[in-house]
Design a binder for this molecule. Structure first.
Ligand code: HEM
Length: 503
């Protein structure tokens, strides 16, 4: 009997092995994607991509340019994923009304479940997303100046205190506290106290950064990742807190978001509480006009989305820009000279309107956005049922195609000497071409909803930081400022500086 079982197991294993071999053979021979060039291992298995993305060192996106140089504009980077480096193809896919859906496994974070981010199809997502578009319009953000200034005052005062005490500051985390606090206050009319902590190291920010190295695991093992997530979040709070502090921090924010939405939905629609909230339209949808009626669970997920999408991205642009200018201090000096034309003392704050007139400041903001990428991940989309022709090649339906900002934003044919931080490029005769290739906020129907808020924060923070302080590098290395791909870039170390207040 035992012998029969053993033989059966052996045959099952043999069959399974055979099926795997057939599957791999198919991938490199009969599979329609076998016609596309790329590393052989990548065509066979995701291990190729994983070996970079899960290594904790250089992610796959940093190797894509080399692969494109070798194989051309379309490279097969996984058995069912083609990475594309071609501007025309980019604009075909990332356009208004695009029918290329988001690839769910790259957007599968359970925390965003129910938010419009996780709806793959742009047309389906639109009514839900539209509930927030007005709240992030340029006019709405212009009215937000008092709030942005209120947060700046606290931020600058804390920096001043650090300068007085000659204390080292982790400026990247400090920027996270500022941007997080600004977006939280705007979205939820409350403070999470991110700017209150000494040394800018509030638990939420530290924990979320601590979790970053695990993000890529969820892309490649979405099912196990989802199960782990459910398991962890079902544990008693005490255990989550002890063993999974990042999960506990997220859970605390989720609970706060849920109670905020709950309280807003009970308040009278015309109350100040509701009207000053970004959820004003979502809580009072005009059904006759066909506006989307969102569930409370969906709005809670939207609230979490705003916090996580609106914090790191803006903070990164500031960090990349400041680090580059620490290494090239003449830019700091030039920027200060320009800012001083609209802000002649170090005590007051300038209006956004004045700052927006300053060409060099604009150039620094644009260049910081370019080098910081926005999202570092391969933004992946699914080819619709009709298939598509890109770069003169027919690509079948359901193929996953991806586009990385790292390849596009550092394209030497558009951005000369792309690895050099050079704001002056945005002041030259090619500025219209550069602007039309600025994709850090993405393009089309799923581009960033927070672009106006991000610009307002970038102009205001760069201007006042540069006007009030000189920065001295406190041991930060290029290796610290190198990054891994966790959907957004995550720095390997901290941007440590000391500040000298200027008169
Ligand atoms: C420098 C700052 C920022 C950059 C570079 C940036 C970049 C991006 C990019 C590239 C996307 C598209 C991602 C994709 O297709 O998968 C995106 C989406 C999004 N961003 Fe931003 N972002 C920034 C700041 C903000 C801020 C301040 C908010 C405020 C709430 C925000 C909210 C969102 C949301 C909600 C989405 C999802 C849009 C959708 O699913 O249709 N972002 N952002």
């Amino acid at each position: 009997m035992a012998l029969v079982s053993l033989l059966l197991i052996e045959q099952i294993l043999l069959l399974a092995g055979l099926l795997i071999v057939v599957k791999y053979l198919y991938r490199v021979t009969l599979d329609p994607l076998a016609r596309f060039p790329g590393p052989k291992l990548a065509a066979l298995t995701s291990l190729y991509a994983m070996s970079y993305d899960l290594s904790g060192h250089d992610p796959l996106v940093k190797h894509l340019k080399t692969l494109h140089d070798k194989y051309g504009p379309i490279v097969r980077v996984r058995s069912n994923e083609l990475h594309i480096f071609d501007w025309k193809a980019y604009y075909t896919v990332f356009k208004q009304g695009s029918d290329f859906d988001r690839l769910t496994e790259f957007y599968n974070s359970p925390q965003f479940d129910g938010s419009f981010l996780n709806i793959p199809n742009a047309r389906v997502a639109k009514p839900h997303r539209d509930l927030f578009v007005q709240a992030f319009s340029k006019a709405a953000i212009n009215n937000l100046e008092p709030l942005i200034h209120e947060k700046q005052v606290i931020f600058l005062a804390k920096l001043n205190e650090a300068a007085t005490k000659d204390r080292s500051v982790g400026l990247d985390l400090a920027f996270n506290c500022l941007t997080g606090e600004t977006v939280i206050h705007y979205c939820y009319q409350m403070s999470l106290g991110l700017l209150d902590e000494p040394n800018f190291r509030p638990r939420l920010v530290v924990d979320i950064h601590g979790f970053a190295p695990f993000v890529a695991f969820f892309w490649y093992f979405p099912v196990i990742g989802g199960m782990l997530n459910n398991l962890i979040f079902s544990l008693p709070d005490g255990i989550i807190d002890k063993f999974f502090p990042a999960a506990m921090s997220i859970k605390a924010v989720e609970d706060q978001c849920a109670s905020l939405i709950n309280s807003l939905s009970k308040a009278p629609p015309d109350s100040e509480e509701v009207q000053s909230s970004i959820f004003r339209q979502a809580l009072n949808p005009n059904k006759e006009k066909g506006q989307y009626v969102a569930l409370q669970k969906e709005l809670t997920a939207d609230a979490i989305l705003m916090l996580l999408a609106g914090t790191d991205t803006t903070a990164h642009a500031l960090t990349f820009g400041v680090w580059a200018m620490i290494k090239q201090p003449r830019m700091w000096t030039k920027l200060r000279e320009e800012i001083s034309t609209v802000l002649n003392d170090t005590q007051t704050l300038s209006s956004l309107k004045s700052l927006e007139t300053l060409p060099y400041l604009r150039a620094v903001v644009k260049e910081s956005l370019r080098v910081s990428l926005g999202t570092s991940a391969r933004l992946a989309r699914v080819v619709p049922s009709a298939g598509v022709t890109l770069c003169g090649r027919r690509i079948p339906a359901n193929t996953h195609i991806s586009f990385s900002h790292y390849v596009y934003n550092y394209d030497p044919s558009i951005f000369e000497d792309p690895h050099t931080f050079n704001p002056d490029r945005w002041l030259g005769p090619d500025v219209a071409t550069l602007d039309s290739h600025m994709i850090s906020f993405s393009r089309g129907s799923r581009s960033c909803i927070g672009v106006n808020l991000a610009y307002a924060e970038l102009y205001t923070t760069f201007a006042h930081l540069v006007r009030r302080f000189d920065l001295v590098n406190d041991g930060t290395t290029d290796e610290d400022m190198d990054w891994i791909d966790t959907f957004v870039p995550s720095f390997k170390g901290r941007l440590r500086v000391k500040l000298l207040a200027v008169e």
